[in-house]
Structure formats: C-alpha cells, structure tokens
Design a protein around this ligand. Sequence first.
Ligand SMILES: Cc1cc2nc3c(=O)[nH]c(=O)nc-3n(C[C@H](O)[C@H](O)[C@H](O)COP(=O)(O)OP(=O)(O)OC[C@H]3O[C@@H](n4cnc5c(N)ncnc54)[C@H](O)[C@@H]3O)c2cc1C
Length: 325
Amino acid sequence: MRAVEVSRQEYRRLSEEHDPTLFQETGGLRIVSTEEGEHRLGPQRERLGSQKVDARLLTPREAGALLPKARLDGVRAALYTPHDAVVAPTDLTLLYGRLARENGATVESDLGDPRATWNGGRWTLHVGELEASSERLVVACGAWTKGVLQGLGHPLPLAPYLTRACLVKAGHPKVFPWVHDSELDVYLRPFPGGDVLAGDGTELKEVDPDHLDPSSDLPFLENVAGFMERRFPAWASSSVGASWHGICTSTPDRRPMVGPVPEAPGLFVLAGFNGFGVMRAGAVARWMADALARGRWGDLREVDPGRFPRPYAPFEPRPGFTLEP
Ligand SMILES: Cc1cc2nc3c(=O)[nH]c(=O)nc-3n(C[C@H](O)[C@H](O)[C@H](O)COP(=O)(O)OP(=O)(O)OC[C@H]3O[C@@H](n4cnc5c(N)ncnc54)[C@H](O)[C@@H]3O)c2cc1C
C-alpha cells in the first residue's frame, strides 16, 4: 500500500510538471450485488482504512450519484475510494525514458534480445552492435523475466498469464470514478479523449509469452458488451476503438519479487506484479535503485526473491493483492 501511495504521488507530480493527461484523480468504486459481496466490503474498507486510505461504504443511490450514466439495479452496496487515480501508462513510461536520458542515462530500445554473460566478476550484455558491462544486472523483463532467468541458469517461480482490455468510443468527456463490478467481473475507467477503457478477460493459466495461442477476444468483448447493456446502457451501442491482450506475471504468494536472485552474484530481479505493476512501479523502481546504490534492502526484504522453498513447484496464476482475502 505504501508503494501504491508513493507511486501515486510521483505520477501526480510528473503529470503536473509535464502533461496533465498522465494522471487523473477519478476516485474508485467497487460495486457488489450479492450478500456475500456485501460482507466482503466491510473488511476491505477496514484494511484500506488501516493503511490510511480514505475508503467509504456507499448505498447504491450514493454510488449512482457518482456515476450518472450507470444503471445500478440489483447493486447492494459500494466501496468508494475518492483519491484513487488513473494514469496513461504508455505516455508515463515514455516520459520516464525521456527524463532518464535527460539525466544522463543511456536508454536503448527495439534492439532485439540481449545476450548476457558473467565473466571476471562482471556482467556483459551484447545486443546488436552494442556491448555494455557492469558489476550488476537487473532483469525487469515483465512476462519474459521467467525465460530470461531460466536462460541465465537461475530460474525463479514466475507464471506469465494473459489478460485483456478494450477502448469503447463512449464520447464521454467527463471524469468519473473507475468502477469494478464484482459479480460481472468487469472494470471500467475513463480514458483521455472521451473513451472508456473496460477490462478483465483474465485467463488463469500459465502462457509462454513467445508462443502465445490466445483464445479469441470475442468472449471478452461479449462479456464487456453484456456489462455495458446491464450497467451503462447509454454506451451499449458505442463502437470498440481497440481491443488487446497483454501478459502479466504471477508469483506463488501474489507478492512481487524485487532484489538479489539467490546464489547468482550480481544478478537482480524486479518482476511478478500479479497484474498490478503500474500502480507500484514508480516507488518500487526507486526503492530498488536506492537499495542497489546503498546495499541496504530494508523493507524490500519482504519481497526478497529468495523467499520460495526449492524445488519450485508449478502453480496457478492468481492476480491481485495479498491485502485481499
Ligand atoms: C490489459 C492489461 C491491463 C492492466 N491493468 C493494470 C492496472 O489497471 N493497474 C496496474 O497496476 N497494472 C495493470 N496491468 C499490469 C501492468 O501492466 C504490469 O504489472 C506491469 O506492466 C509490469 O511491469 P514490468 O516493468 O514488470 O513489465 P512490463 O511492463 O511487461 O515491461 C517489461 C519490458 O521488458 C521488455 N523485454 C522483454 N524481454 C526482454 C529482454 N530479453 N531484454 C530486454 N527487454 C526485454 C519488454 O518488451 C517490456 O517492454 C495491466 C496489464 C494488462 C496487460
């Protein structure tokens, strides 16, 4: 939760300084339509409150007032977090790259897969014409981290899995809270330019990111269409501007892996965000950079990559936060 908050503040600052569309404080609404769902909201509010996150239980009428286009029939309750925000992740990533360059870093992309070798107490990376050498190497390749570490002879228990999102041309210029419908299992958020972004379609099985054979996007889009008809009928006939799948990475205990790779001198990993990496990346990357500079891992020890007993057993990917039951 601290990583989320520190990242939130950093993204807001970057947005204020560089581009107002990078970060929007929209608030967030989790809506539930079953008794069991309603029972979950109280403990969730307490957990968030214990971390000093402003979280309020709302009646369906109060929730409806925040989502004027929504039809909330059957909804029993909602949990409102007024300071939640949404970001434009691609633009944010490009901004980090630009700022890194301006501060003296060398940033290269689209060079193909680098080859890494450990020799004489140093890592050397070869890619195309380039060669770089360092005492330390950080593998932060998202879904490809598992394969890269395996290739280096230092596997870790990671499971890449597939998830989906789409942009709906809603033509809705106003900001509204992101909303997650627990029972229909779809989330929706405003997107700059009047679109709305809808997501889920997560497939809870491990995939190989180099040999993807994803099932069609159609069931996902049908599910989103059903959700729109049920909850946002004003947008039900809007066209889909884009739809895509991407790969996230799960760990056995749903906590990231950030730190030294066990028994691998000079090798570090930053991966395994279980589908929630954007909201923690700013803080975690900074903490890791500080730890590498000072050699003190502090609170990051909680996500030490060496915490898993060997041999590593296969496991089912499970997105989410360990804050949830
Ligand atoms: C549809 C969808 C919706 C999502 N929604 C949210 C959300 O609402 N909130 C949230 O917090 N998170 C969300 N996520 C998850 C989030 O995108 C990830 O957790 C996050 O991007 C992980 O960051 P990362 O830097 O570890 O990996 P990535 O962002 O995957 O970056 C890894 C990079 O490494 C590069 N790479 C791969 N192999 C190599 C190699 N051999 N050498 C060099 N580079 C390599 C890749 O090209 C890539 O650019 C979503 C993901 C998807 C797909």
